[in-house]
Ligand binder design. Sequence first.
Ligand code: ZN
Ligand code: ZN
Length: 132
Amino acid sequence: MHTGSCLCGEIRYEIRGDLGPAFFCHCSRCRKASGSAFASNVVVAETDFAITRGEHLLGTFRSSEETVRCFCTRCGSPIMSRRGNLGQVRVRMGTLDSTVTKGPGAHIFVASKAPWYEIHDAVPAFDERPTV
Ligand SMILES: [Zn+2]
Ligand SMILES: [Zn+2]
């Protein structure tokens, strides 16, 4: 099991299962939403994800037709997003409190990456979302 929380600590969540694939997303929306060069997201089954505290503070923003982003309305931390009806949430790995040693396995939407950031690792990079 994994646990996480927002910056102010009012929102807490549990992941009652395994972490799925994780990726560094360089798309312009993730850059805006994170305020950084990329977002670090891990896919988790929706049925394994539970907000255990502060659910009333969870705000939502539909950033595209298919994507809803959820964040703490008190401190602004991005928590996770939902894309379509995939039965998955994409948890923002920076909010995890439990120790996770395995990092993301791909850079995605590299075609949209910030020009001021250079990727200096051997993690596979994809111009858009890999279709596999
Ligand atoms: Zn918060
Ligand atoms: Zn993105």
